[in-house]
Design a protein around this ligand. Sequence first.
Ligand SMILES: Nc1ncnc2c1ncn2[C@@H]1O[C@H](COP(=O)(O)OP(=O)(O)O)[C@@H](O)[C@H]1O
Ligand SMILES: [Mg+2]
Length: 344
Amino acid sequence: MNNLATDILDSLPDPVLLLDAGRIVTRANPAARAVLGDLAIGRDLSHSLRHPDALAAVDGVLSEGGYRGVEVALPVPTERAYDLQAVAAPGGEPGALVIMRDVTAVRQNERMRADFVSNVSHELRSPLATLIGFIETLRGPAADDPDARTRFLAIMDAEAARMSRLVDDLLSLARVESREHIQPETALELGPLLKDVAEALAARSDVPVALDIADGLPAVLGDRDELTQVFENLLDNAIKYGGDDVRLEAAAVARIPGIGLPGACIAVADAGPGIDGADLPRLTERFYRADKARSRSLGGTGLGLAIVKHIVNRHRGRLVASSALGQGSRFTVHLPSADSPPAP
Ligand SMILES: Nc1ncnc2c1ncn2[C@@H]1O[C@H](COP(=O)(O)OP(=O)(O)O)[C@@H](O)[C@H]1O
Ligand SMILES: [Mg+2]
């Protein structure tokens, strides 16, 4: 192989191997050595790739030529899925060329999408089943019972509202996701926005919200509706699940941790029951709830923090949740100031 071909091979991100007619590995680019180990070279492929389907595909090409493809899962160092293709060696030489394409992310995406669809179906099915059940009861046994009708209609109303909230949140999530890569361009003052959100929420519940906005809060590049949604969601959670000593605090920061830019730091804190450390990193997953029964009984969809996370990402910001059982919770949103240099 000439130098250019070797250089090209070495720079490929996908593992590529060359085998002789006896299945001995004669060449392996750095990506292949990272997956199969440095000891692969000079040995039979079965030493470094113990996967019967892959070896059978290679054997097939070595004996009959042509092309074979197979998907292999390699457990070490972390489980990864590869689409392995074996073809007869180039240039009519005996042997085979093996190319492995990492399809781990593709498979993960497929699984996530399937899980999402099954979660959505499950979430819609239970209120729908309740509605169908009550419709039957109202048509049959309760047809002439005005008291039962009033009670059942109230339940049906609540279940229909739950479905409607779920559909609204799903649409919100889809909208936010579809423009996550488009950064907002309008400079926005956070102070008035935070005041409006806190007032609107305090008016809707009997839990007071203490507001503490420090002077010098920088403007951010932001989408007003989306940022309103972020703080509405966080305050709604603090009121629903925390319920005690709910605070909304905002101040300027010189450097946002992990981002390094100057910006605004807005925290929603409560002195409620707090969140278990095991649940904390998973709260922004769709439909993840720390306390399922409580979320359901309070009409939660399990999508609020997933929406918050996507909006914060779109604003090139950072969401940090800190909490411990019995110690309240604190959700902090960091947003770079409007005069920060644009993201690369
Ligand atoms: N301030 C808080 N205190 C305790 N638990 C919280 C708080 N905020 C969120 N959680 C937990 O995080 C879960 C996910 O929140 P979210 O995505 O907004 O869904 P939802 O409110 O619809 O259940 C909630 O179900 C709840 O268990
Ligand atoms: Mg919520």
